[in-house]
Design a protein around this ligand. Sequence first.
Ligand code: ADP
Ligand code: MG
Length: 378
Amino acid sequence: MSVIEKKFLEIFGKEPDLVAAAPGRVNLIGEHIDYSDGFVLPFAIKDRTLVAARKRDDSTIRIASMQRRNKVVTVDINRVKPGLKGEWERYALGVVWSMGVKTGVDLLIDGHVPLGAGLSSSAALECSVATAMNHLFGLGFTLEELARLTQKAENQYVGVPCGIMDQSVSLMATQGSALLLDCRDLNTKNIPFDVAASGLELLIIDTQAHHALTDGGYAERRASCEAVVAKLAIASLRELSMEQLEASRSLLTDTEYLRARHAVTEMKRVLDCVDALTSSDFVRVGQLLNQSHASLRDDYAVSCPELDTAVDAALSAGALGSRMVGGGFGGSAIALIQAVKTTETIKMIEKAFSDRGFKAPRFFTSLPSQGAEIISRR
Ligand code: ADP
Ligand code: MG
């Protein structure tokens, strides 16, 4: 029996029917363009969240997390609706609600995705529960339906206005691939991303910085994009070409022009990155990551000193490319490096941080990994 199965037996007195797993994610490229109907290119990381589940024959849900001292939360399934107060367990109950589960169940969570590091432990939790419920109750939802249902759980039950990228990649990723996701129609395509075969590694640098600007800054960027869309009478920035943007420059404020330029160039970089990956041209991938960072820093203005320091130090250590990931103003950066240089790169970034008096960053490495799956079943 695995650790989680033993713990489940200890807590709930019976063995689980099955164990499901779903990973966290990193977005390789395509930042701040999901809300402009753009393309994104995330991949699943090796760290994942496990859930052990057992059907009950009543309407009781019991749920515990090994990261929350195994404290059991008990609730009647008929009371599980948005507005029901709670803590972390709302991420799981929201999924039970959005999937329309009507039978009681015992659930034990064991999460290995670092919480709150921008690696989407929330989507890993939601998608592991969704995968478990889908199999346990034979619900037959497709992966795309599960992506929408888990996003609905986070939006409407937990109350976090996240996009659909995190859940889509946690559910649909395949090992050795990045997932090209078209945010306009949710079409997906697996793109080969076999860094290991080329002796490369992806280093994730959690700067542990969080600047207060986050919320206001995000809304302001979105508002600028919407202003451009309205002024140019287009459906979204997806419709805009660089030529059209240059031709309409006089209609826009300088800020609007720069924000739109990031969106237009970033969408092109995602597609260029797909081409580069398809031909295993990792030098080109690195250049595109660097261009993405420069655009986020200069045109979109969402970087910060800690992120710039991480990126610059990684490049000084010989990284092929590096960029901030996520919303910005803190959070994580990624660097595409030679696997043999991992320790050296980490040391150089640590030194750059301590030289500037920044809090020490945390490091993770990950190859593109498998999406959600059932890992054991009785
Ligand atoms: P991120 O998704 O970037 O890790 P979020 O703030 O979106 O950060 O999600 C983190 C939250 O998800 C945690 O505060 C907790 O409520 C919940 N969570 C994730 N994994 C677990 C887990 N293994 N056990 C309990 N709660 C978890
Ligand atoms: Mg999250």
